[in-house]
Each structure stands twice: as C-alpha cells, then as structure tokens.
Design a protein around this ligand. Structure first.
Ligand code: DTR
Ligand code: ZN
Ligand code: ZN
Ligand code: CA
Length: 455
C-alpha cells in the first residue's frame, strides 16, 4: 500500500491508541418506525401505547390448522398422480384449495398466469383490504412440488404456514398500518419462475412500495435446524428476537442465497427475510446438541423425493416457524410508517484499517416511497487523528458511489464530523445504503463512530 507522502514527516504524526474492538458491518436495531434504526428512537411508549402494542401481539397459530392444510395437499397429490408439480393437475388443485380458503376469509385474491416449459403456471396473490398501499408487507411461499412427490415439507409446509397466518389475520380482523399481501408462487422448482415473473411484472413504483418480503420454504424438516435469512438486518432481527424469546438458538441461513423465492425480490432491492429448517445438508453434532435431532443425518432425507409426504414433517418446527411468521407479520405490519424527514442511523463502530482496505457500514432504508431526494442529507461522524488520510463515499443500494470526501494529506486535523448533501434523486430510496471509508495513508487510525441518512 503506497503510503501518503505529503505533509509532515511521519515521525511527527500522532499515533492513535488502538481502536477498541468494534463491530464491523451493518447493525440496525428494529424500531417501531421502520426496518432500520432511526435517530432519536421513540421514547418508551406511554401505558396506553404499550397496551395497544401488547394488544397487537400475534396470536398463537393453531398447529392443527396448519397440519390440516398439509393433509389437504397430500390428498390433492394422491388424487393427481402423486405430485403437485408445475404444469400438473395437482398444482392447479393446490391453487384452487388455497384460493377458496382466502376468498372465504375476505381476502382479495388474484391468480397470475405465466408460461414455463410449455405449461401454464399460476401465482396466487392475496391482499388483505386496508393498510397503507405505499407500504406493502409481503409474505410468500412456493406452492409447487417437484414431480417426484407430494412436496409436503418442500413446500407444503411453507405454503400452509403462510396460509394459516393469513387466515389468522382475517380471524383477528387485523387493521395493520401497512398493506398486507400474501403470495403462493408457481414453478419455484424450475428456478423461481413464478416469483421472478411477479417481480418483473411490477412497475418500479410498485416495487418501491414493497417494504419487505418474508419467504418460507421448507419450515418443517424432519431433522430440523432453525435458520434465519440474514439478507436484511432488521428483518433478520425480528425472527431472531422471536426465537430468542422462546429460548431457541438460530443460525443464519447460508446455503440459500439465490435458492428460493426471496431471490428475485432481493435482486430488485427489496428487503427480504425468511425461515428455513434445512434440506439435504447434514446436521452437525454441534447443531444436534443445540437443536436436538440426529447428527450426521440430512435435515430432510426426503428432499425432492417421493417420501416427502405428511410423514416427513416435524410438528415442533412447523409450529414454531408458523408462529414466528405470525409474529413478524403482526410486528412489521403494524409499525408506524416513518414520516417525511425521517432519519435512519447506524451507530455501530467500524474500525478503519490503517493505510488499508476500505470498510463499509450499512443502513437498510425501508418505509420510503419512490426515489431518494436531490438533497439527501448524509451525516458522518468518523473519529480519526489525521482526517487527510480518509476517503469517504456514499454507496446507493444499486452500488452507485457518491464521493463525499477525498484524501488530503496536509489536512492533519482530527475527525470527520460533517453533513453532506447528495443529489440521490436517481436512486430508489428503499434498500441498503452503505458508507465506504478508506484510510489511504499509514499511521494515524480511526473508526466510523456513526452515520445517518435523512430523507
Ligand atoms: N431451493 C429450495 C430448497 C432450498 C435449498 N436451500 C435453501 C435455502 C433457503 C430456502 C430454500 C432452500 C427448493 O428446493 O425449493
Ligand atoms: Zn424444492
Ligand atoms: Zn422449496
Ligand atoms: Ca492512517
């Protein structure tokens, strides 16, 4: 790394104390206002508000109801050649079953047709009337199986979990602040065809109105693990906190990138989260110690096999994951939409390697509509003993870099504490924004103390 030569000889430069060990990367707290931390988080709710919040706690979803849907999916497969695959009668019969339940419960349902591999496919979309349609919270699951079996864990389990959560919304006559939309995808097993078709069919405005998408794909594996998607810090936290509340440790879902219906949403810059209990990978002994089950055995030995039937289900996992989804829908769906002029802040310290590689800190912005403003305010607080070493950029969700500060060797003053105005009007507001900082000269070090975006 070429050290910066201008300025006083290095021997005269102040050394810095070793920066305390700091967290690196994105840390966002979920706040009542949005899927990102906001400056000046709201004070503790007044008793009435606390009572209201408590009143909005999700109900326990009856396991028997969820299993009844699996029984129906099994019957449908048995009556239709043993599967519920794309292009087969069993898939359309599955759509008809789920749609009938939702229509009877007061949802506005839409069947979206598409063609894949020469066969007609169907997505089922169910909107719960009400809520702010500029803030849409979605939950979904693929309804199709592979052709070799009934697909009860993959993915009758996710489909039934999403369905029963939707029906619980109806039973509660929930009046969320956000608009709730539930979806059952076709042709996931052919490569997320249905969910890709849906996302691609949205206008950019409609896409920007989706505050988050929660995906359930395989949530009741017989030898279950408890995995939470880590694609968005705030959504991940909602699920992790729920599981922590029942004393069940979770792991981040690592094998799924791009492997289920959250992928098209993530590619479109929409925050995604989800739950997973494992497929053909093998449970380790450490995992068996924390979760029970059998080490050295696949999470689901019947993955994509004919034995993926109603006997291929772990009831505890099915119950927990469905309750976790309900918690997420109630929690995220009833959060107040952030008002204009909202600040999103990340206060996690991130060490900046001396004369080394750039580091980033992330803020996941949601709850906004449309594009960012032409006068986006970027507040930066970097502690450093020679700020001339530092190059600072803002990275938009699509990766576009906006230079905030270039290095200037002679500037030996401490710290970068400033607010920059960026014309970000061509950038979608929702998404993961990053602050990128690089120390381009040896000696003198520091760390990102905090930064914030005000829309
Ligand atoms: N591709 C999914 C199963 C799957 C495999 N890994 C993950 C990770 C996260 C969700 C799903 C999956 C399928 O066969 O439907
Ligand atoms: Zn599958
Ligand atoms: Zn699946
Ligand atoms: Ca330095």
């Amino acid at each position: 790394m070429t050290s910066y030569q201008a300025g006083p000889p290095r021997s005269f430069r102040r050394r810095t104390a070793t920066v305390a060990a700091v967290a690196v990367g994105a840390l966002l707290a979920v706040t009542p206002a949005s899927y990102g931390s906001t400056a000046g988080a709201p004070a503790a709710p007044a008793p009435a508000a606390a009572a209201q919040a408590a009143a909005l706690a999700a109900p326990d979803i009856p396991l028997a109801n969820v299993k009844a849907h699996l029984t129906q999916f099994q019957s449908i497969a048995t009556a239709n050649g043993g599967n519920r695959a794309h292009g087969r009668a069993g898939y359309k019969a599955s759509v008809d079953y789920v749609k009938a339940k939702l229509d009877a419960a007061g949802f506005t349902t839409t069947v979206q047709q598409f063609t894949s591999s020469g066969a007609t496919g169907y997505n089922l979309i169910a909107d719960w009337p009400g809520g702010d349609t500029s803030q849409v919270l979605m939950a979904g699951a693929h309804l199709d199986s592979v052709s070799s079996g009934a697909g009860i864990n993959d993915n009758g389990s996710g489909s039934a979990g999403v369905l029963e959560t939707a029906l619980a919304v109806s039973r509660a006559q929930l009046q969320p602040t956000k608009h709730l939309r539930f979806a059952w995808w076709g042709a996931e097993e052919l490569g997320m065809v249905g969910s890709k078709y849906y996302v691609n069919s949205l206008t950019s405005t409609d896409r920007s109105r989706i505050a988050g998408y929660l995906n359930l794909d395989m949530i009741a594996s017989p030898n279950p693990g408890y995995f939470v998607y880590d694609d968005n810090a705030a959504l991940e936290k909602v699920f992790k906190d729920w599981y922590a509340g029942i004393g069940v440790p979770t792991e981040i879902e690592t094998e799924g990138d791009g492997r289920s219906d959250h992928a098209p949403f993530k590619s479109a810059g929409i925050p995604v989260g989800g739950l997973f209990t494992g497929a053909s990978s093998v449970k380790t002994s450490a995992q068996a110690t924390k979760w029970g089950g059998t080490a050295g055995q696949a999470f689901d030995r019947c993955y994509h096999s004919s034995c993926d039937s109603t006997t291929n289900i772990n009831d505890t996992a099915l119950d927990r994951n469905t309750d976790a989804l309900a918690h997420a829908v109630w929690t995220l769906g009833t959060q107040a939409t952030p008002p204009p002029g909202t600040t999103f802040e990340n206060t996690a310290d991130v060490a900046i390697p001396d004369g080394g590689a750039a580091v980033t800190s992330t803020i996941a912005v949601t709850g906004r509509t449309g594009n960012a403003p032409s006068t986006l305010q970027v507040g930066v607080d970097i502690k450093h003993t020679w700020r001339g070493d530092l190059v600072v950029d803002l990275l938009a969700p699509d990766g576009t870099a906006y230079r905030l500060k270039s290095s200037s060797g002679s500037d030996s003053a401490d710290n970068v504490i400033a607010t920059y105005t960026v014309n970000a009007s061509t950038e979608t507001a929702n998404g993961s924004w990053r602050l990128r900082v690089q120390d381009v000269a040896a000696q003198d070090t520091g760390y990102i103390d905090s930064w914030k975006l005000t829309f």
